[in-house]
Design a protein around this ligand. Structure first.
Ligand SMILES: *[C@@H]1O[C@H](CO)[C@@H](O)[C@H](O)[C@H]1NC(C)=O
Ligand SMILES: *[C@@H]1O[C@H](CO)[C@@H](O)[C@H](O)[C@H]1NC(C)=O
Ligand SMILES: *[C@@H]1O[C@H](CO)[C@@H](O)[C@H](O)[C@H]1NC(C)=O
Length: 360
């Protein structure tokens, strides 16, 4: 008995749900996807071909170029401007018989696919995108095969068009085949991307790059950095580094390649010039160089011509660093005489005051 009641209850609930869904689709409309620049036929429900209906879009008369054939509305050369909610009403009583949400779009093309391992030897990721917009929802299927075996593909938590794959083995020379299929209501298209492990290794740039002047040395800068945090095993898969630096006033870089070291001292800096410094990383055996790190700026140590000022203001030295350096080779700006006199006065005034007090 109880069973009968629960089943009945379920039937009632199901009926209500179905009725609601039907009502909702009448109000919201069923989706119809059509390719751009084509002729589109909207059919008013399943009415007979001799039925007479009126069409409305977004609640108003259809103003775009169209023809009507019984219950059918025919739109020519549809573009995005034809998108909308189309409703048809049977004449003569004006009862609504159908509601269609028209989406004009484009079928997907072969997606552009790239894969990269910044976590070698753990795994790699692939990302993809459409070169042209499709205007309608497009989803992707990704298959990765290695040695005839399908590999597990994990969606990225943040990037929509990205997935992660673990290397099933390291030092494998057989290719990985990544098949990305773009799918939407108007069609599908696949790209097959094939590569070897060694071709996609590219670390992230080095991190926490710092450059500091060395006291009493006008031509040196001490540069330090850390290996990228994403590189999982820097001990067994060491990185080498590439340093580039130039004074802001010059266009050409100087380069240094370093194996397995995370510090370097520039010894040939031009005295008094602000430098820009970047570092890149690469696996010592395979793959390509990372992108350049964040750029850091530093000026070699400058013998302070007026140490007086730095005694009154601890932050002053950083100000001299950022001040634009004149293009002449004069390492220091000549100070205006008034400013110097004023500074001398401020420095000596406590002394003068003290002397006055002593005299009194
Ligand atoms: C449409 O045609 C069907 C037969 O094909 C007929 O039964 C019906 O009455 C016609 N309706 C109108 C509105 O002419
Ligand atoms: C209908 O309304 C939608 C949403 O406001 C709008 O994007 C679309 O252009 C309208 N369509 C027409 C044909 O006016
Ligand atoms: C790629 O995947 C799609 C969808 O699963 C499939 O239809 C297509 O044949 C595959 N292409 C290749 C070259 O494996």
């Amino acid at each position: 008995m109880a069973n009968l009641v629960t089943s009945l209850c379920c039937v009632v609930v199901a009926a209500v749900v179905v009725a609601y869904a039907q009502r909702r689709s009448q109000l919201v409309g069923r989706n119809q996807y059509e390719p751009m620049y084509t002729e589109v036929v909207l059919r008013c429900g399943s009415l007979d071909s001799n039925a007479s209906v009126s069409w409305k879009v977004n609640g108003t008369d259809v103003r775009a170029q169209h023809r009507q054939l019984g219950p059918k509305l025919i739109l020519t050369q549809v573009t995005l401007s034809h998108n909308g909610l189309y409703s048809c009403f049977q004449n003569p009583n004006g009862e609504r018989r159908d509601t269609i949400l028209l989406h004009v779009g484009i079928r997907p093309r072969e997606p552009s696919v790239t894969c990269r391992s910044n976590t070698y030897p753990k795994g790699f990721y692939c990302s993809w995108h459409q070169l042209y917009p499709t205007y309608i929802p497009t989803s992707y299927e990704v298959d990765v095969v290695h040695n005839q075996k399908s590999l597990e593909v994990q969606k990225d938590a943040v990037h929509k068009n990205r997935c992660h794959v673990r290397f099933p083995e390291v030092f494998s020379s057989s290719p990985y085949k990544v098949n990305v299929t773009a799918i939407n209501a108007l069609g599908r298209a696949s790209t097959l991307y094939s590569f070897e492990e060694s071709n996609i290794v590219k670390p992230d740039p080095p991190e926490r790059v710092t450059a500091t002047p060395i006291r009493f040395n006008a031509r040196r800068l001490e540069v330090t950095w850390q290996s990228p945090a994403t590189w999982p095993d820097v001990d067994n898969f060491p990185l080498k580094y590439f340093l580039r630096y130039r004074p802001l006033i010059r266009d050409t870089w100087q380069h240094v390649e370093l194996s397995d070291s995370t510090a370097h001292t520039i010894t040939d800096a031009i005295a008094g010039k602000e430098y820009i410094i970047q570092v890149a990383a690469k696996d010592t055996e395979i793959g390509t160089w990372s992108d350049w790190s964040v750029a850091v700026h530093a000026t070699p140590w400058i013998e302070d011509p007026s140490p007086i000022t730095s005694t009154t203001d601890g932050d002053f030295p950083t100000e001299t660093k950022t001040s634009p350096i004149p293009s002449s080779n004069a390492p220091q700006k000549a100070e205006p005489p008034v400013g110097r006199a004023a500074r001398l006065l401020t420095f000596f005034s406590p002394l003068l005051l003290g002397m006055l007090l002593l005299l009194m």
